[in-house]
Ligand binder design. Structure first.
Ligand SMILES: [Zn+2]
Length: 256
């Protein structure tokens, strides 16, 4: 494995108490380092890629991967278990996972949709959110913040967020029907000829601010999966690829 294929989340790393990363696309790896078990690719290769990702975390870590359905359900994981990791048969249906359990790695799979990682260092709580246009429209990230508040006593003021690599406003073309849903988001839409460009990172930034997270604590990845399709999978730019990259977050008491 080339060391470049896993990207560390610098803003969280500097803060401590947490470990997080994003797997990148890697031409030389099996299935170009895809982490998805649900897209019909060879399971053995996906599992071997997941083994490589596991090495980024302590040996005692457990991993949760949900079946994402572009919904708005947020699932709280309250024990250190492996779910949806070796097989999709036990993967829970959810587009956001939250937890306060140490050494439990929450994951999101994406290839244009946004991965959003949440970290509340005072009570020790994390979240991993999958937000495409549907999830963004349903404010899944705001619902996740709300549920971290309710379940763990997390405070939005103390929360940090990372909006990860995904399709940017430069490339994300949507029709009038989708655009109409985002008219209330200032600066998120741009008309280009007959269609629109939608900036989902901006939409989720505004959703996070509305949920009470300080804008100075929201970090936005500059990477566009479509512009940088060599580095990330892009469902649109690759015309329906099976590959997905994975964003991961884990509470790490060894580093606080
Ligand atoms: Zn782009």
């Amino acid at each position: 494995m080339n060391g470049m294929s896993i990207l560390e989340c610098e803003p969280f790393k500097r803060f401590g108490g947490v470990k997080c990363c994003v797997s990148m696309r890697q031409k030389s790896a099996p299935l170009e380092f895809s982490m998805a078990l649900h897209t019909g690719q060879e399971r053995v290769s996906v599992l071997s890629n997941r083994r490589v990702l596991e090495e980024f975390f302590p040996e005692k870590a457990s991993f949760v991967s949900a079946r994402q359905v572009h919904g708005d359900s947020v699932l709280s994981i309250d024990e250190k278990v492996d779910i949806g990791w070796e097989s999709i048969s036990d993967a829970p249906v959810a587009d956001a996972l939250i937890s306060n359990v140490p050494y439990l790695v929450l994951t999101v799979l994406s290839a244009d949709c946004l991965p959003i990682l949440l970290y509340e260092p005072v009570v020790g709580a994390i979240g991993a959110v999958h937000a495409g246009w549907r999830g963004s429209d349903m404010d899944i990230v705001g619902k996740s913040v709300e549920m971290m508040k309710r379940e763990y006593g997390a405070s939005p003021e103390d929360m940090m967020a990372l909006i990860g690599p995904g399709i940017g406003g430069c490339c994300y073309e949507v029709g009038e029907d989708v655009a109409a849903r985002f008219e209330g988001y200032e600066g998120a839409l741009r008309r280009v000829g007959e269609s629109f460009r939608l900036d989902l990172k901006r939409v989720n930034l505004l959703n996070l601010v509305r949920a009470g997270v300080g804008s100075s604590k929201i970090h936005i990845s500059p990477h566009c999966s479509s512009c940088e399709r060599e580095l990330f999978f892009s469902y649109r730019a690759q015309k329906g690829c099976a590959g997905r990259f994975m964003s991961c977050i884990m509470l790490n008491p060894d580093d606080s």
